[in-house]
Design a protein around this ligand. Structure first.
Ligand code: ZN
Length: 394
């Protein structure tokens, strides 16, 4: 993986590669023409063409001239870095990665579908996925179980988790633990302690799933280190991020200041209410990252797709460029495996999500059947992966 300096250092060389020595005119594999390019990594929001050569971004300019094998008309569309979904369950099914790709998801993290006993199956899906991806290993050896994988705390086995991480270093990018009382009973703090213990020798982040936990959030946060992730940040009480009066606990804001990442985690049941989101965002507590908690059944159960999740924050008043940042640049920074992603900077791998912002009346549902109506919604349009347009409907 390259760091940003190396990417920037490559810029002149790639520009040379993109030129025909005989004529001096640029040539590209693909030009995405005339879209509204939003690249939060460089603060760009404007009408540009994006030239791609050799699987990498070769130019982002107004009115690129030069030959291209293929041209993509992006007028009226949004052109963003490929979306990176850091809380999804894509890895459960062999067909997951291709379906997510159609939604613009060019990078994903399977968040705890599997534990030490069954990580091999998820790892196989991830190794075969066309897009860059990784897995959080569940501290529970079984992975997610609908009845609660940590009802017996002995299922949180540090030794087995570490062995599984060691066998799958190319896949495992962190450790996941679900802390809801219906998952772990009263042992949430012990489960988190074991997740940290499993992660420590590998220097991996831990993602915690919060919501209706036995312990208050103020007791949980001190166990988190810089770079750890709190998903389902807007889960309703008991023990939410807000006090009984609806005010954000100062401990939560302090956790963000010391580098804890707060993630939306859309999901289906129990993970957010409009009331919670509105109260928290009115106090300035917006997500650092957006994620879907998607699985292959999601298109029929309410999560829908990543651009749908992005549309919800847009509805609540988050600026579009910020919404894109929360779905691209920021999640890319959460895991070293994605450090060259979440950008359309010249030299970066050419993963691009084209979306359409449609006007109309769109209803968005929270996890408790609460609804809000918006006048706009983002839809996936075309995905470009490694510089190639992804065929849709396959
Ligand atoms: Zn999940």
């Amino acid at each position: 993986m390259m760091n940003r300096r190396q990417i920037l250092g490559m810029t002149p060389g790639l520009a040379m590669l993109a030129r025909l020595p005989q004529t001096g005119a640029a040539t590209y594999d693909l030009i995405i023409k005339g879209g509204r390019v939003i690249d939060p990594s460089v603060g760009l929001d404007g009408i540009r063409d994006v030239g791609i050569a050799g699987g990498r971004i070769a130019a982002v300019e107004a009115g690129i001239t030069g030959d291209a094998t293929e041209t993509l008309d992006a007028r009226g569309k949004i052109v963003a870095p490929g979306l990176i979904d850091i809380h999804t369950h894509v890895g459960r099914d062999a067909e997951g990665p291709a379906l997510a790709l159609e939604d613009g998801v060019t990078g994903f993290v399977d968040a705890g579908s599997a534990g030490a006993d069954n990580i091999a199956a998820v790892a196989a899906v991830i190794r075969a996925a066309p897009q860059i991806s990784g897995a959080l290993i569940n501290i529970a050896r079984t992975g997610v179980v609908s009845g609660g994988e940590l009802r017996d705390i002995n299922a949180a086995n540090v030794f087995l988790a570490q062995g599984a991480i060691a066998r799958n270093r190319d896949v495992v990018v962190g450790v996941k633990v679900r802390l809801s009382e219906n998952v772990v009973g009263g042992y949430d703090l012990e489960a988190l302690r074991r997740a940290q213990q499993a992660a420590a020798p590998f220097d991996l982040p831990v993602m915690i799933h919060v919501g209706q936990n036995y312990s208050p959030i103020r007791a949980i946060l001190p166990q988190l280190k810089r770079g750890d992730i709190v998903t389902h940040m807007y889960a309703p009480p008991p023990n939410s991020i807000l006090d009984d009066g609806g005010r954000l606990f100062p401990d939560v804001a302090a956790a963000r200041r010391r580098g804890i990442i707060f993630d939306f985690g859309n999901g289906v049941n129990g993970h957010f209410t409009w009331d919670m989101v509105e109260r928290a965002t009115e106090q300035g507590f917006w997500p650092d990252t957006l994620s879907t908690d998607w699985n292959v059944l999601s298109p029929t159960t309410g999560v829908v797709d990543f651009p749908n999740v992005m549309s919800k924050l847009l509805m609540l008043g988050m600026p579009l460029s910020e919404v894109v940042a929360c779905a691209t640049t920021r999640p890319a920074r959460a895991f070293p495996a994605f450090e060259d992603r979440g950008t359309l900077n010249v030299g970066a791998p050419a993963d691009v999500a084209l979306m359409e912002l449609r006007e109309g009346n769109f209803e968005f549902v929270d996890n408790y059947q609460g609804t809000r109506t918006s006048r706009e919604r983002l839809f996936p349009f075309v995905t470009v992966l490694d510089g190639k347009r992804v065929p849709t409907g396959v």
